[in-house]
Design a protein around this ligand. Sequence first.
Ligand code: GRF
Length: 227
Amino acid sequence: MNDVTSRYPTEDVEKPRIVILISGSGSNMLTIADQVLSGSIDADIAGVVCNEPEAAGVQKARDRDLDVSVIDHRGFTSREEFDVALMRTIDDYQPDLVVLAGFMRILTPDLVRRYEGRMLNIHPSLLPKYQGLHTHRRALEAGDDLHGVTVHFVTEVLDDGPNVIQAVVPVMDGDTEETLRKRVQLQEHIIYPIAVKWFVEGRLEMVSGLATFDGKPMPDTGVKLEG
Ligand code: GRF
């Protein structure tokens, strides 16, 4: 039979598989999952992994009928031991992309190397500014006019891998950590799904330590969205 559709059945073509790691409220996980579930990101959420049994994000993921694995890091005697269990859990989902969405654990080099080039993180600052914690407080204390958020590939140095997208957020008079956090988070929910979509469409890659888009190196900032 000379029927093209029967020779290439689309339903047999596997979509890229995404695993999302969370520790907290899971709002970034949810925006990405909802874009996948609505079809605007052409992928499957293979699973959500959380290290905090009581995290609000666990219930949010279950409400969307996502497969959720909870691994409490307190049940392990070392970071290495926890990460071995974490890698096993992630690998069981056979992901093409690992998305860190508020996953509040420092990762061992073994884990980072395993997923290098297919692991993204979102960090609430204009990296390389304010790596680490309390980014909103530090931007306020420094008197910055501009703050923001970055999606980047994960490499062995914390919050240091090549940038993919940054959104710039103005700091307003009278801002508190909380008002600034909320303004930044609105941008997180815009830029993280974009980066995930680019990756699963094969447009975004990490090549020789650089983020590339359609085969061309991105600027150091990544694509910069000025508010
Ligand atoms: C976000 O602010 C993100 O930038 C940081 O952790 C937070 C996670 O928030 N890495 P949520 O759990 O996605 O609501």
